[in-house]
Design a protein around this ligand. Structure first.
Ligand code: TRP
Ligand code: ZN
Length: 878
């Protein structure tokens, strides 16, 4: 069957609109049954627009009730209206007011784009193309206008009426109705529009800016949930202070509101002055939220707040430039969390995330550049490449220019482009101008897909006391991009001497080296360091200075040496991960490790645990074994997930066997004193203790009982959830009982139900598909809620390769059948789940074929949305 539309949009076709929108007046009449929207758009032709040029506005599932220009209704022949567009055939060649009315049905808007209802609350989501589901408009980010919004609604259903900007008027409207008027003076694109109407409670606070202005802050949520919003409020105030300190950015409106809603397609949305959040990223109390949830709340609150400058004050010219706001804002939220918590630990988390989600995207059929040049459905491009690789690119800029140089560039960016909708080129230009550096090669990072692979070889010549390092880069072809250019890759590095201390050199030839930075800008480069007294061990890509895959040829001894001696914590962690990943990957391919190698790794883990200079959070990351998907990716092709799981289990048993008692002693010693606090120190202690529990459960027969005991004794959700999830993942004898207990104990809390769904999706046993089918078929399963669907299906496709990629194809078919159903309700959620099939090319042939067959069946048997159709076609073609 054909999909909705196969039309492709190209960057090269960008052109400004012939008309611009000068200002926007919206009037919403919100009723239980429907919502009437009247839009008065002040419009004028741009200079050079020829007489008779039609004005074409975007729509999506709209029905026009009335239309007038400057107060005069239009004759039938003067316009053309359908669900997707409104054309005014021959608008006046001067400024005029276009007046339209439409009627919306928010309660049946299950796509959650445009105006919809979530648990009774009216709310909006307009990025990227949701505003056209509210009214006919030039719905593109280069159309900026000030908005005035009037809302009228029943007092009983919606005592709270919010929109962007500042409240300017409110009052009684008779018949049990009331109204409010909001004005946002900052010209903005329509994707930043928002309104909320509902019966909500709030917590209120304020922030005093660096210039002494008082900003009123509020977080709105369903009544009864106000007490769970305090961590979010605290995070907001810290974010505001940080952006002033670190980037000199002050908030601009007099009020800042956040609203938590239960049905939401993403994490959160940066609407001007009115951020709307998925409630899972707002609500937190120790009994129901984990340390990871607190961490996520802090990060996303910061992310949306930081968008006020990087996204709102300066926005994107078109959606191809999405990375301009997202990559930069992720970089900013990562830096915030690093400053607020531990920098090395945050860096490891971010790189782990990049490697488990972005690298697979970049190496598979869905690979695309951080700035794509074409798309069918823009919603499919809110990807980890745009966000996380985008952040890595900004981080490389900061590395290349240094902290002061980077700040100078950012200052110039804000100065030069405030109030504009701009491009990646303009962003790079400010750094060139501020620093006098030529970045023409650097911009290739934005234009080229694929993870570069850097190979390193070295040679020490004792006679001449020289040490040479050869670095070679290459990028494999990606869909639509076969030729690849060499990139400018910053390699932060150090040389380590035999006693573990840093080694210097007297000179270097063959390339550019600045202090601890090698600039690799050619396909291959050999650096020769002179005056090197002994053979060093090189520590390369410190702090993960570039988003590349590295093969160093270092031996396991060298890597364990780095794990012990490197002054860079990231590389200490990475060395251990490389050793364990390599051992598992080799064993999964039939080449079992030598006992001596396992012994050495075990000793390194023990030394790490016993090292008093390392903090708990770091140790937790260092002792963790790579996940099955990470190992599968490392192998790269013809992967047999069962063999990976077996090899991983084998290595764990080998490592843990001789040290069970030692690990258990550490585990016992690490109990955390009550009361619970989400701070980094306590959270780090819990994560190490739960990391030990995971090792013990995976690699010994002691762990299962410990996990069950921890589950029962847990005084907070972090410990309870960890015990349950570990039990489910290793499918211990107690797993089903724990899952059962968890489900009944927290039956009334949807966000805790999500945790149960995610843990349930981890089970490796063959019964899982039937259990998941039953979960989805239960009459009370909330099948329109994205969080519920993603918690089960998203977790399954991304982290349970053994069952998802089952040989008999049952895992694939279960997912494609679910996707077909979800697609009818919410295409964005459906296509997101379908991206899990991007692992197909890495699998062994038989599994690859059953996976393809499931996709072909999905394509031939269903009428699919553009979202799902595009992902499906790209995976099948790749
Ligand atoms: N701009 C939002 C962010 O990065 C994310 C976003 C994009 C979004 N599209 C969305 C949120 C659709 C909700 C729904 O924070
Ligand atoms: Zn964002």
């Amino acid at each position: 069957m054909r999909t909705e539309s196969e039309q492709t949009i190209h960057l090269k076709d960008y052109a400004p609109t012939p008309y611009r929108i000068v200002s926007v007046d919206l009037d919403f009449r919100i009723l239980e049954e429907n919502t009437r929207v009247r839009a008065q758009l002040t419009i004028e032709p741009r200079e050079g627009t020829a007489p008779g040029t039609a004005l074409v506005l975007d729509g999506d599932e709209l029905k026009l009730d009335s239309i007038a220009i400057d107060g005069a209704p239009l004759a039938l022949a003067a316009y053309l209206a359908d669900a997707d567009s409104l054309t005014v055939v021959e608008p006046p060649l001067r400024r005029f007011v276009l007046d339209t009315e439409v009627t919306l049905l928010p309660a049946s808007n299950t796509k959650l784009m445009g105006l919809y209802r979530s648990s009774g609350t009216w709310c909006t989501q307009c990025e990227p193309e949701g505003f056209r589901r509210i009214t006919y408009y030039l719905d593109r980010p280069d159309i900026l206008a000030p908005f005035t919004v009037r809302m009228t609604a029943p007092v009983a259903l919606a005592p709270v009426l919010l929109a962007n900007g500042n409240p300017i008027e409110r009052g009684d409207a008779g018949d049990g109705m009331h109204y409010a008027v909001w004005h946002d003076p900052f010209p903005k694109p329509a994707y930043l529009f928002a309104l909320v109407a509902g019966d909500l409670g709030s917590i209120n606070d304020h922030f005093t800016t660096m210039s002494g202005r008082r900003i009123d802050l509020a977080i709105y949520a369903t009544h009864g949930k106000e007490g769970e919003c305090h961590y979010a409020m605290d995070s907001l105030k810290r974010s505001m202070a940080w952006d002033e300190r670190r980037f000199g950015r002050e908030y601009d409106l007099d009020i800042f509101n956040i609203v938590a809603v239960s049905d939401f397609n993403f994490g959160a949305m940066e609407n001007k002055g009115l951020n709307i959040f998925n409630d899972r990223l707002v609500f937190a109390k120790p009994e129901t939220a984990t340390d990871a949830n607190y961490h996520g709340i802090e990060r996303v609150i910061a992310h949306e707040y930081f968008h006020n400058w990087t996204g709102n004050r300066i926005t994107c010219r078109d959606w191809f430039q999405l990375c301009l706001k997202e990559g930069l804002t992720v970089y900013r939220d990562q830096e915030f969390t690093s400053d607020e918590r531990s920098r090395p630990v945050q860096r490891i988390h971010d790189v782990q995330n990049l490697r488990t989600s972005q690298f697979p995207e970049d190496g598979g059929p869905l690979a695309h550049p951080p700035r794509p040049d074409q798309y069918r459905e823009i919603n499919n491009f809110y990807t980890t490449t745009i966000y996380e690789k985008g952040a890595e690119i900004v981080r490389m800029l900061a590395t290349l220019l240094g902290e002061a140089g980077f700040r100078k560039g950012m200052d110039l960016y804000f100065e030069r482009h405030d109030g504009e909708a701009t491009t990646i080129e303009a962003f790079i230009k400010v750094f060139e101008d501020a620093s006098g550096t030529d970045l023409s090669q650097f911009i290739t990072w934005y234009l080229q897909a694929g993870t570069p692979q850097v190979s390193v070889s070295d040679h020490y010549d004792e006679a001449s006391q020289t040490y040479s390092l050869t670095l070679t880069q290459k990028v494999d072809p990606t869909p639509g991009q076969t030729e690849k250019q060499p990139l400018l890759i910053p390699v932060r590095f150090g040389l380590i001497g035999p006693n573990g201390s840093p080694m210097g050199w007297s000179g270097v030839t063959g390339g550019s080296v600045r202090d601890d930075l090698i600039i690799l800008d050619a396909p291959s480069m050999t650096l020769t360091f002179s005056g090197v007294a002994n053979r060093p061990v090189p520590s390369l890509f410190r702090e993960f200075s570039a988003p590349v895959k590295v093969s160093t040829g270092l031996t396991q001894d060298d890597l364990l040496f780095l794990a012990r001696h490197d002054s860079d914590p990231f590389n200490r962690w990475d060395a251990l991960q490389t050793v364990s990943t390599t051992l598992i990957a080799e064993a999964a391919q039939g080449r079992r490790w030598a006992e001596a190698d396992a012994d050495a790794l075990r000793q390194a883990l023990i030394d790490t645990l016993n090292n008093p200079d390392l903090d708990h959070a770091f140790k937790a990351l260092a002792i963790a074994m790579p996940s099955e998907p990470v190992v599968g990716r490392h192998i790269g092709k013809d992967v047999d997930p069962d063999a990976v799981a077996r090899a991983r289990h084998d290595l764990l048993t080998t490592l843990i066997g001789p040290i069970v008692e030692q690990l258990e002693r550490h585990y016992d010693a690490l109990t955390v004193p009550e009361p619970y606090s989400p701070d980094a120190a306590q959270a780090g202690r819990r994560s190490l203790r739960n990391g030990l529990l995971s090792l013990l459960t995976a690699g010994s027969d002691r762990g299962a009982a410990l996990a069950a005991a921890q589950y029962s004794a847990a005084a907070n959700m972090t410990d309870r959830y960890a015990a349950m999830a570990i039990s489910a993942h290793y499918w211990t004898d107690q797993a089903q009982a724990l899952l059962g207990d968890f489900r009944t104990s927290f039956a009334g809390d949807p966000l805790v139900f999500d945790k149960w769904l995610t843990a349930s999706a981890q089970a490796p046993d063959d019964g899982i598909i039937e259990r998941m089918r039953a979960i989805l078929a239960a009459p009370d399963f909330p099948r329109t809620n994205p969080n519920r669907l993603r918690s089960l299906l998203g977790a399954f496709v991304m982290s349970n390769p053994v069952q998802f990629a089952r040989k008999d194809g049952a895992g694939f078919r279960f997912v494609t059948e679910a996707v077909a159903e979800i697609d009818k309700v919410n295409p964005q959620v459906a296509s997101r789940i379908l991206t899990g099939f991007r692992i197909l090319p890495t699998l062994e042939a038989a599994r690859r074929d059953t996976g393809k067959a499931a996709l072909e069946a999905l394509k031939s048997q269903h009428q699919l949305s553009r979202n799902v159709g595009e992902i499906l076609d790209r995976i099948l073609a790749g």
